[in-house]
Design a protein around this ligand. Structure first.
Ligand code: AHM
Ligand code: MG
Length: 336
């Protein structure tokens, strides 16, 4: 790209071109990006900033919180609460929704986030990230309640993530394709480095935590088993495996070169859920993947069409290259 296009300029142009980003949404996204810059700085300091290790607390799902989980959550709240574009926020790290305090103007949007995804990678210096999703407050609802957040993923008006890896990259969709912005640390701004991201429909790479194999459902076992048989098996090609244990990093790889990612329901889960959270992880990632020509299902249905029943709901996730996702979904839908 000869001329550098900043995130600000990209958003202003999106707003001007077809007017599908209202100015309030543009400003909200700029604030989210600014918060990601601060989180990136804290992540980069690591042990020098005293930010590694556990915080000695648990979140609502009983998971041990890392210091950086809490710092990232606070950065996002403090950056966003005064802007005037939000009515409330919800986070994987908070039990219930966070209403914008009365001392600030109230806006029309709801922001959901996983402040620091891939917590198990924080202390080992492996890529982690922030995932976010923006919804509109339902018409006519005065004081926001938890039920106002329970909207299907197809209602999102913006979604994205920021991956803190060798580079800090913000990946965004507002429903007009997927764009990637790399943080220029000298300038302190996100610069457009990839537009109209497209995922190849076919792939030879899968991502799954293989240590759970004995707990998988039959269709998942069948799919992975066929991949493992390589050229000699029914797929007629060799597959490669990658598992970073940070969804942001795995999804970033898939948006960059294709592949399929699965965190399926397994037999230890009595209520047919999964590990990943629908509203903070699966919905924003599924929309990005679809916007890049890929697909995302829970094994049976399109993730973006699922009606959430509660804020911290978990879901089975299969996403990435379209033909592989369709194959895995077809295996689930075959009569037993
Ligand atoms: P987290 O939000 O608590 O970090 O958990 C979500 C992460 C995903 O990023 C990743 O895909 C998965 O958990 C890894 O799980 P596992 O450790 O079971 O491989
Ligand atoms: Mg997470």
């Amino acid at each position: 790209m000869s001329q550098k296009i900043s995130l600000t300029r990209y958003l202003v142009e999106q707003q001007r071109q077809d007017g599908h980003i209202p100015p309030e949404l543009r400003l909200l996204l700029e604030i989210v990006a600014r918060a990601c810059k601060s989180i990136s700085q804290a992540v980069n300091k690591g042990a020098l900033g005293g930010v590694l290790g556990t915080a000695g607390s648990e979140n609502v799902q009983g998971e041990v919180q890392k210091k950086l989980d809490i710092i990232a959550n606070e950065v996002l709240i403090e950056a966003n609460e005064w802007g005037g574009h939000l009515a409330a926020m919800a986070s994987e790290e908070m039990d219930s929704i966070y209403l914008v305090p009365n001392r600030y103007p109230q806006g029309e949007y709801l922001l959901l986030f996983d402040p620091l995804d891939g917590s198990s990678n924080i202390d080992v210096n492996v890529s982690i990230g922030t995932i976010f999703s923006v919804l509109k407050k339902p018409e006519g609802s005065a004081a926001v309640e938890e039920k106002d957040f329970l909207q299907a993923g197809n209602k999102q008006v913006a979604a994205g993530y920021c991956v803190y890896g060798p580079q800090t990259t913000l990946v965004l969709t507002v429903g007009d394709g997927v764009a990637m912005f790399t943080l220029d640390r000298e300038q302190g701004s996100f610069v457009l480095t990839e537009e109209n991201v497209q995922i190849p429909a076919d792939t030879k790479e899968f991502a799954i935590n293989m240590s759970n194999m004995r707990h998988w459902d039959e269709p998942v076992k069948r799919y992975i088993d066929e991949c493992l048989q390589g050229k000699e098996g029914p797929r007629g090609k060799d597959f490669n495996m990658r598992w970073i244990a940070s969804m942001v990093a795995d999804v970033h790889r898939i948006l960059t070169r294709g592949g399929v990612f699965m965190y399926p329901w397994d037999k230890r889960e009595p209520q047919k859920a999964g590990k990943l959270r629908l509203m903070y992880e699966a919905n924003p990632m599924s929309w990005l993947i679809e916007q890049a020509g890929g697909a995302a299902t829970n094994g049976r249905q399109r993730i973006l069409d699922l009606q959430p029943g509660k804020l911290h709901e978990r879901v089975s996730v299969v996403l990435g290259s379209k033909n592989e996702v369709e194959r895995i979904t077809a295996y689930h839908l075959e009569p037993k």
